[in-house]
Each structure stands twice: as structure tokens, then as C-alpha cells.
Design a protein around this ligand. Structure first.
Ligand code: AP5
Ligand code: MG
Length: 190
């Protein structure tokens, strides 16, 4: 199993690069943000709860998020070659739970791809997408809060994974294909 975490700030290119990695390696994509946006769109109870956090740029509580991830993992096809975790984990407790859940399935985490992008570029990308697609959390107030939450709650995971020797630092600035080439190179060297 090739299990990868796509790690990075909001707007760093996790979703964009996930698609390319999936095409090349035939992995299954679990984007917790996409799962939550689908629930919001369908107007489910979970969607209503999720919306109250996402619209403010806050994280969904860990217990709820881990339950959602467990469900997603249950739904994987038997012949799955591996998973890209895009947007999960976002806190240390989520990382600990992910390790446990993967161990239960007899596999583990292969590595963490960390996309590093300067803050002004992140803001510019999200504002552009907000204008083009209307994604609800891509407005300046929510973007600034998402970045604050990232620094306070998610960035500490970088050190957690560096200590484990699983963090692969990737320059996420530049054109999409060159960033993808750096990812492939890092995976091949692993
Ligand atoms: P989530 O959906 O995960 O959003 P995010 O982390 O804020 O990141 P984005 O999806 O905005 O960016 P991305 O890194 O995927 O970049 P993308 O490829 O789209 O989470 C949303 C919310 O859900 C959270 O705030 C939280 O509330 C909740 N949530 C989700 N998971 C959770 C969890 N585990 N725990 C608790 N709460 C959770 O690229 C961004 C834009 O830039 C796109 O328009 C793209 O076309 C463009 N772009 C990409 N690459 C480049 C490039 N190289 N050059 C120029 N433009 C580029
Ligand atoms: Mg995304």
C-alpha cells in the first residue's frame, strides 16, 4: 500500500497535486474538505454542523472528523493500492488516530508530502478561486482565519512528521507540472 498525506496550508495545492498523483499511481483520494462540502451541498445534519465551522475557517472537532475518516476508509474498494489523505490530519490527535486506523488495516503511512508556499501567494490563489468558483470559504476574512488556524493547530504536525523521518518538503511555488515532478522525485528517492 502506498499511503500518502498531502500536507500544506489552505491553497497550497493539495487538491491539484492529489489529482496528478492519483493519475500516476492509481491511488484512492480522500479529501476531508470535499467530503464535508458534499454534505453541506446535500443539506444533511452533518453538513449543517460542518458549515458552522467551515464558514468561520475553524476546524471541525477531532472526534467528529475521525469518525468521518473511519467511514471513508470503510468505503474503500478491496483492491485499493493506497490512499492520498488530502486535508487530514490537521491536528496531532488526528495524526495519532490515522496511524492507529492504518495499523488496524495492516498498513501504515508511506510518507508526508509537504507543499510549502509563501503566504501572499496562498491568499492570492484563494481570492482568485473565490471570484471564479464562489467557494464560500474563499473570502478574505475566512481565508485569514484559515491561515491563522493552520499556523496554530496544523503546522506543528510538520515537526511531528519530521521527527518520524516521513516529511518530504516540496516547494509548492511555480507551475503545477514542475511541482508534480518534484513530488515524483521525492517519492522515488524515499
Ligand atoms: P479543505 O477543503 O481541506 O481546504 P484547505 O486546506 O483550506 O485547502 P484548499 O482546498 O483551499 O487548498 P488546496 O491546498 O487543496 O489547494 P488547491 O489545489 O485547491 O478544508 C476546508 C475546511 O474544511 C477547513 O477549513 C476545515 O473547516 C474543514 N476541514 C477539512 N478537513 C478537516 C480536518 N481534517 N479537520 C478539521 N476540519 C477539517 O489550490 C488552490 C487554488 O490554487 C486553486 O484554485 C488551484 O487551481 C490553484 N493552484 C494550485 N496549484 C497552483 C500553482 N502551482 N500555481 C498557481 N495556482 C495554483
Ligand atoms: Mg483542497
Amino acid at each position: 500500500m502506498l499511503n500518502l498525506v498531502l500536507f500544506g496550508a489552505p491553497g497550497s495545492g493539495k487538491g491539484t497535486q492529489s489529482e496528478k498523483i492519483i493519475d500516476k499511481y492509481g491511488l484512492h483520494h480522500i479529501s476531508t474538505g470535499e467530503v464535508l462540502r458534499k454534505q453541506i451541498k446535500e443539506g444533511t445534519e452533518l453538513g449543517k454542523i460542518a458549515d458552522s465551522y467551515i464558514s468561520k475557517g475553524h476546524l471541525i472537532p477531532d472526534d467528529l472528523m475521525v469518525d468521518i475518516l473511519r467511514q471513508e476508509l470503510k468505503g474503500l474498494p478491496k483492491e485499493c493500492k493506497g490512499v492520498i489523505f488530502d486535508g487530514f490530519p490537521r491536528t496531532i490527535p488526528q495524526a495519532v488516530e490515522l496511524e492507529k486506523l492504518l495499523a488496524e488495516t495492516g498498513s501504515g503511512l508511506t510518507g508526508v508530502i509537504g507543499l510549502e508556499v509563501p503566504e501572499e501567494e496562498l491568499v492570492a490563489r484563494m481570492l482568485k478561486r473565490g471570484a471564479e468558483t464562489g467557494r464560500a470559504d474563499d473570502n478574505i476574512d475566512t481565508i485569514l482565519n484559515r491561515l491563522k488556524v493552520y499556523h496554530n493547530q496544523t503546522e506543528p504536525l510538520k515537526e511531528h512528521y519530521q521527527d518520524k523521518g516521513s516529511y518530504m518538503q516540496i516547494n509548492g511555488l511555480g507551475d503545477v507540472d514542475s511541482i508534480f515532478s518534484s513530488i515524483v522525485k521525492a517519492l522515488e528517492e524515499k
